[in-house]
Design a protein around this ligand. Structure first.
Ligand SMILES: [Zn+2]
Ligand SMILES: [Zn+2]
Length: 182
């Protein structure tokens, strides 16, 4: 099975309806629906485009989650961390907690909705346990490779920046030499 199989898209709709999997807003053109990776395809989460990790979200939730994905403060999984900001575990400045508070201002209701949403995601992922397990294994291997890639890129950037700066210094010295000859 792949993510583009109708059996898969049907199971996404069965689990979340035509709604953002996080905030529950209806996915019409006013919320700019996006394909969402429960574990983001980024350095921290290393999510993969496999069944069980792909659903639909609204653009605002997608952006909000991307911020939280940089830190993964409350859980190892991106979706789980994002949906755990119920206001009881972070400092007063937490932007993700503030985001959920904006949608469900009442504490007990917010706690309940976020808990239910996490349970819904777990139930949705249950039939795809094999993919999820395989992804977790691949994630560990990929993390090592990604860290090496980052280190190499940083080294490359450092070297190139040093060269650029050296060139500028050289031009500066040249122009001074020329001027002093005048
Ligand atoms: Zn949303
Ligand atoms: Zn928070």
């Amino acid at each position: 099975m792949t993510v583009s199989d109708t059996r898969y898209t049907d199971s996404v709709v069965a689990a979340f309806g035509n709604s953002c999997l996080y905030c529950g807003k209806e996915l019409n053109s006013s919320v700019s629906p996006v394909v969402e990776h429960l574990n983001g395809m980024n350095r921290a989460s290393v999510g993969l485009h496999v069944p069980g990790n792909v659903a639909m979200a609204c653009k605002v939730c997608n952006n909000q989650k991307r911020n939280d994905d940089q830190k993964l403060l409350l859980a190892e999984n991106g979706w789980e961390s994002f949906l755990s900001h119920d206001g009881s575990r972070c400092g007063p400045g937490c932007k993700t907690c503030a985001y959920w508070r904006g949608i469900w201002p009442e504490d007990s209701q917010r706690l309940q909705v976020l808990t239910e949403t996490r349970q819904r995601v777990q139930a949705f992922q249950a039939p795809y346990g094999q993919f999820i397990q395989w992804s977790a294994g691949a994630r560990d291997t990929l993390r090592v490779k990604i860290e090496i890639l980052y280190r190499d890129c940083q080294q490359f950037a450092t070297d190139e920046i040093a060269k650029l700066v050296a060139d500028v210094n050289l031009n500066f010295t040249d122009s001074r030499t020329l001027k002093s000859r005048d």
